[in-house]
Design a protein. Structure first.
Length: 1257
């Protein structure tokens, strides 16, 4: 007993010093947590939270040898106990055997103490263990942690590696979380040797059992004997230590939940429908105070509070400001006890598969033996990281239609991703292509045949999946384990959908690899311009018909829309026809008829109908979409919006109210197909802005919230290469259509976007003092901060960005020219802008600059999806490429078009600010101005699929030439001859030697043609032509500026109209208002120097009639369509005359005319606008000189004339004027209904026609 106890204490002491294990009850409790043969283990020694429950640790050679001796000792102890005629001894022997055999749920810990030879055993308790240590030396139990930390730092081990070994995980980050650059197995491998050296240096060495016992024989257990031992108590403690720690965690969580609800009840917030931000802050402070008194985790109680508040908000409670207060979710660990067990199974399966291939390859040495398709599928899952069941099952079909080679890099296109096969899988793909060529009669197997083939292969190599329901799900599990342990966190999280990510679209991938301009787009993405499309012009619903209260009901409305779409889907005969414009035109007509014939629709229901109608023309990115996609888009946001929002106030909300509604939509129900509705919300709201000029919420908050909830939000994936940027700069500087000053200013914006990853607004609004530079411009720093021209989106946006490269001569010329001019302005005004138009504080026209630069980028790249913001995507990709340079062939292609723009020597310049060497992801987020790497990785880095292959290839078992010849379906002798030519057995070199061109005849090239960038022809700058201004836009501009008091600059950005043009529109509106006396908008004069509207002197708020506003919107949109769809050049003359008559008449009162010519012109214009058949009534004084002329008009127009006294004109001082006036009234069309709506329509029309006539916008 004493020998066992001593060996146990010694083995544990060595493990404490080699794994940094904390002293706890029952350390290393389960045998399955230690893989002695693989030199790794997982440790569970923390009680605080589940995310700390398990961590992986290396098992150095010395510690592994000691554990082997300890297992040997346990086997001897088991035999001795089994020989004793004692039930307690036999029960303990049986349990030791189960533990040694690594059986699940063994009932004694791996390390235990004995008081006597038999059960019960005693757990390892820190206090007793400390007493044992004190007999030898005065050393605390956790000294091994301090020892490892100190000595590993001395050896140059990175601090984050030491922190991970010690399990110091603070805040929201985890060492192997979704933003980590390290893999668990890489961590284990890197620390094994240094720790082994340290263990040996302090005197630890493997010690075997005290004596070898050979006299005990293992005997068979008699039938029923085990049942007799079930009642034997094996341990003195009630629970194992790990179980006790789990129960303690649950107990703490109960206390935390109880505390939160107690404080909520005291704050009297239960059942409240609206909670202010101040109330939330006060509640949080009280909870934190109580948590401190009760010694509970402050972060844990805070998270529990926000979990409750988010649940309330989802149920309909309005909580102010919570969107800005939501904290980032805590990252969890990929290390779990169950997947660590699967890791052993994975390693055994991978080794058995390689052995199987080696055996097969030797059988085919003299003649090629066709490899099985199931072997390719197994290789793709085990070594290629293909961890999606649908992709695994669809792999055979993709080999015929979706396999591409670009720049020598082979890839497969799946619906949601691009897969770059590992070296072994690539060899199998080449062999399969060879097989197809040699055996064209091969038929693609169905799903059942694929499953049977894989099942048979697993049985052949000794891994039959007998109890598994689905062999493909088993392979997916193995692939997930592989990615969890062998790939870095930021790669794993993208591959497994733990965070949002998106691969580069095919067009951008082709541009990156070829580094050439796209010459033509794929045919399936192109819409024929010759095909007539009835949906090009917008239809807007008649909002006047919407009911003020009630609606069809959410379920009824959604069901009717679903039925309309399903009717068209059922009418299609083939899958390809689902993009048919004809079917979508029929759907559009059905939606239009449904809206116009249904009198019970609410405003929001009508808006959703109009949006669906728009989608029938084209999707959000101008591409044809399927009918099923239209249905998915609708149900992603339709039901949540209808359930949450006020139906009939939806167009009159402010930015905060839209934000609150959309945050609640993100919380509504489960995500459709794993997608977040944020993309559809953005599309729908963009539609509302384009057609109704509603206010825009803070999308940064909404996208951040969506990023925490969804695996697949809409991400704009693209980038711009170095050569494309240089070509854009060259064209811009040499563009003679621009003034010289503008050429250099636009060129400077391009430079700031590419080298410093600035947003467009940040680049335009920089001040001269924000730039620090040396005279030779070899070192340049840009400070991004708040200034008099704008405020940043968040405090994270304040940053300093260095120049990570060397500028060319042209770039230096551009920057020097701009800095010289800005310096002169700075000497006169120290707040001068870097890029000015006229004067030190007058910024250049942002709209014109943006249009020019974006059109230039599209022209140079040939990609219509490219925009200025993709400079940021390219910049962060360059940083990561710089940090993960690798000898892989695929990576070299990326370096050719990206790394040549990054000067590696300049890393030393920023080492004090950005830790690129240790964590390039943090550096990229700092330079981007993001609060977290999660945003940078999800939205700005799109090469995770390539990097996955590169990292996983490092762990691929060594492939001998026999295996490669078998996988490639080539004779060994033939392969040997080619290998000799290339003097290398690497897969890429061997692949090159196997008549690549002939093999790849069966592999599709991307459907893109390109031309070299240096062959690009001259660029024609976009004309500063007429901006599309409509009646509805005029109304919304006046409403936003004059009624809602929005700043001119924000309105200019929102509607896409330059400031100068916007001011000109306001000046015209002011003139029309002064001439007509129509003061609904109360337009004020504009101060050009301040760019703001002067405040109204009486500050009286105007109350709008909602129904009047809806009527006006519907009326103006109908007239806009009339002007777009018809040639009204002749009619405009008649309309202008009528408008002049209206202006003079309204100035006198309502519609008071003094000549018959005015009356005739107004009525003609009114009917020209489409209101034929209206009935007119004239009130005329008894003795008016107009009576004779009015009688003629009465006969020709059917006007009713009432002869009255001078009731309407008694305010006139001149009796002559009173007698010569006539007041016109109209039995208004149902769309107009009131004089107020009529006058507003005429007012907007007068402004629009004057703008078109007088300004060259």
């Amino acid at each position: 007993m004493s020998a066992h106890n001593a060996l146990t204490q010694y083995s544990l002491a060595m493990l404490y010093f080699s794994t940094a294990h904390r002293p706890v009850v029952d350390p290393f409790c389960y045998r399955q947590d230690i893989h002695i043969d693989r030199n790794r283990c997982i440790v569970s020694d923390k009680v605080v939270s589940s995310r700390h429950e398990y961590r992986i640790a290396p098992l150095c050679e010395t510690a592994a040898a000691q554990l082997k001796f300890y297992i040997m000792h346990l086997k001897q102890l088991k035999l001795r106990l089994e020989s004793l005629k004692n039930d307690n001894a036999k029960a303990l022997s049986y349990s030791i055997g189960r533990m040694i055999d690594n059986k699940e749920n063994h009932d004694i810990p791996m390390f235990f103490l004995l008081d006597e030879l038999g059960a019960p055993v005693r757990s390892i308790i820190p206090g007793e263990q400390q007493s044992f240590w004190n007999q030898l030396a005065d050393i605390p139990l956790n000294y091994g942690r301090s020892f490892l930390a100190t000595e590993l730092f001395k050896k140059g081990i990175a601090p984050d590696m030491v922190e991970a070994l010690l399990n110091h995980t603070d805040g929201v980050r985890h060492f192997f979380g979704p933003r980590s650059i390290r893999s668990p197995m890489g961590f284990v491998t890197e620390l094994q040797a240094p720790i082994d050296e340290l263990i040996l240096s302090i005197g630890f060495e493997p010690i075997g059992p005290i004596r070898h016992v050979n006299g005990y024989r293992k005997r068979g257990r008699k039938q029923g004997e085990r049942k007799q031992l079930d009642n034997v108590r094996l341990m003195k403690n009630e629970n194992l230590g790990s179980v006790h720690r789990h129960l303690e965690r649950e107990k703490r969580q109960v206390e935390i939940t109880k505390l939160v609800y107690e404080q909520i009840k005291l704050a009297e917030l239960e059942g409240v429908k609206r909670i202010t931000e101040e109330a939330v802050s006060e509640l949080e402070n009280q909870i934190l105070l109580q948590a401190k008194e009760r010694r509970l985790s402050e972060s844990a109680v805070t998270w529990q509070l926000y979990a409750v508040l988010m649940k309330w908000r989802k149920s309909g409670v309005s909580i102010q400001g919570i969107g800005h207060r939501i904290r980032m979710q805590v990252e969890g660990s990929p290390i779990k006890q169950n997947n660590f067990k699967m890791l052993r199974e994975y390693d055994d399966l991978a080794a058995a598969f390689i052995t199987h291939l080696d055996k097969k390859s030797k059988e085919s040495r003299n003649k090629p033996l066709r490899p099985l398709l199931s072997e390719l599928i197994l290789s793709a899952a085990l070594f290629g990281g293909l961890a999606n069941q649908e992709n695994i099952m669809g792999l055979p079909g993709r080999l015929k239609s979706e396999i591409y080679v670009e720049g020598g890099i082979l890839s497969l296109e799946f619906d949601d991703s691009r897969w770059f096969p590992d070296n072994l899988s690539k060899a199998f793909i080449i062999g399969h292509i060879q097989s197809i060529k040699k055996h064209p009669e091969m038929v693609e197997p169905d799903r059942n045949e694929i499953k049977k083939g894989v099942q048979g292969l697993l049985k052949e190599i000794g891994f039959g999946v007998r109890q598994k329901k689905d062999v493909i799900s088993y392979l997916e599990g193995m692939a997930r384990v592989y990615l969890n342990y062998y790939s870095p966190g930021f790669i794993r999280s993208a591959a497994l959908g733990e965070r949002a990510s998106k691969s580069l679209p095919a067009s951008a991938w082709v541009r990156l690899i070829r580094d050439e301009r796209l010459d033509c787009l794929a045919q399936e993405d192109t819409v024929s311009s010759h095909e007539s499309n009835e949906l090009e012009s917008d239809w807007l619903p008649n909002l006047q018909k919407t009911v003020t209260e009630g609606s069809l009901g959410v379920k009824t409305f959604c069901k009717k829309i679903k039925n309309l779409i399903n009717i068209e889907i059922k009418g299609l005969n083939s899958k390809d026809a689902r993009r048919s414009k004809g079917a979508k035109k029929l759907l559009a007509k059905s939606i239009l008829n449904f809206q116009e014939t249904n009198n019970s629709l609410s405003l929001l229901e009508s808006l959703l109908c109009a949006w669906i109608w728009k989608l029938c023309g084209h999707g959000p990115v101008k591409k044809e979409i399927k009918l099923e996609t239209i249905m998915d888009y609708f149900f992603e946001i339709g039901e949540p919006l209808l359930s949450i929002a006020d139906h009939n106030d939806f167009l009159d909300l402010n930015d905060f109210e839209y934000e609150e509604i959309y945050l609640r939509v993100l919380d509504y129900g489960s995500l459709q197909k794993g997608r977040s509705p944020i993309g559809r919300l953005f599309d729908f709201h963009t539609y509302l802005i384009d057609h109704y000029l509603v206010e825009s919420p803070d999308w940064s908050v909404l996208f951040a919230e969506a990023g925490l909830k969804a695996s697949k939000p809409e991400i704009d994936a693209n980038l711009i290469t170095h050569q494309e940027y240089l070509k854009c700069l060259e064209i811009c500087v040499n563009d003679e259509s621009l003034f010289e000053q503008k050429r250099y200013q636009y060129g400077c914006i391009l430079l700031l976007g590419y080298w410093f990853q600035l947003r467009f607004g940040e680049a335009v609004r920089l001040q001269f003092r924000d730039i620090q530079f040396t005279d030779d411009l070899e070192q340049v720093w840009v400070q991004v901060t708040n200034n008099i021209f704008h405020r940043l989106k968040s405090s994270s946006g304040v940053r300093q960005v260095p120049l990570l490269g060397s500028l060319t001569g042209l770039e230096k010329q551009v920057l020097h020219r701009v800095l010289t001019n800005a310096k002169m302005n700075f000497e006169a005004d120290n707040l001068a802008a870097l890029l000015t138009s006229d004067g030190t504080r007058d910024l250049i026209d942002r709209g014109k600059a943006s249009r020019y630069i974006n059109e230039l980028l599209k022209f140079v790249t040939g990609d219509p999806a490219v925009r200025f913001h993709h400079f940021r995507h390219a910049g962060f990709t360059r940083l990561i490429v710089l940090s993960f340079t690798n000898a892989e062939k695929d990576w070299k292609y990326l370096l050719s078009s990206m790394e040549n723009s990054v000067d590696a020597e300049k890393r030393a310049v920023i080492s004090g600010n950005f830790d690129i060497e240790q964590n390039p992801l943090v550096a990229a987020a700092d330079i981007a101005g993001h609060s977290s790497e999660a945003v940078t990785l999800s939205s700005y880095f799109h090469l995770h699929d390539v990097m996955k292959k590169i990292f996983l290839n490092k762990w691929l078992p060594e492939l001998n030439r026999d295996i490669l010849s078998y996988a490639m379906n080539e004779k060994y002798g033939t392969l040997q001859q080619r290998i000799k030519r290339f003097q290398n057995k690497g897969i890429d070199e061997i692949e090159t030697g196997i008549r690549t061109n002939k093999i790849y005849q069966k592999i599709r090239e991307f459907l893109y043609t390109t031309i070299p960038i240096n062959e690009i022809q001259s660029f024609t700058a976009p004309e500063e032509g007429e901006i599309q201004l409509s009646l509805l836009r005029v109304h919304r501009i006046l409403e936003m500026i004059c009624i809602k008091k929005r700043p001119l600059s924000s309105v200019s950005d929102g509607v896409g109209i330059d400031l100068e043009h916007l001011k000109a529109i306001l000046c015209i509106a002011f003139d029309v208002e002064r001439e007509s006396g129509f003061n609904r908008y109360r337009v004020e004069t504009v101060e050009n120097s301040q760019l703001i509207i002067n405040s109204i002197t009486d500050s009286k708020e105007l109350k709008q009639n909602r129904l009047h506003n809806l009527r006006l919107i519907n009326l103006l949109s109908r007239l806009d369509r009339k002007f777009i769809e018809h040639d009204v050049s002749f009619e405009l003359k008649l309309i202008r005359r009528g408008l002049q008559a209206w202006i003079r008449a309204h100035k006198r009162g309502e519609l008071i005319f003094v000549t018959m010519n005015e009356i005739e012109n107004f009525i003609t214009a009114f009917e020209t606008l489409g209101f034929e058949g209206s009935h007119y009534v004239l009130d005329v004084p008894l003795n008016s000189s107009l009576n004779s002329e009015i009688q003629q008009l009465k006969n020709s127009r059917g006007i009713t004339v009432f002869e009255k006294g001078n009731v309407s004109f008694s305010h006139e001082k001149s009796s002559t004027l009173r007698e010569n006036r006539a007041e016109l009234s109209i039995e208004l069309h149902s769309e107009i209904k009131t004089n107020n709506t009529l006058n507003a329509m005429m007012f907007c029309l007068a402004i629009l026609l004057r703008v078109k006539n007088n300004l060259e916008l």
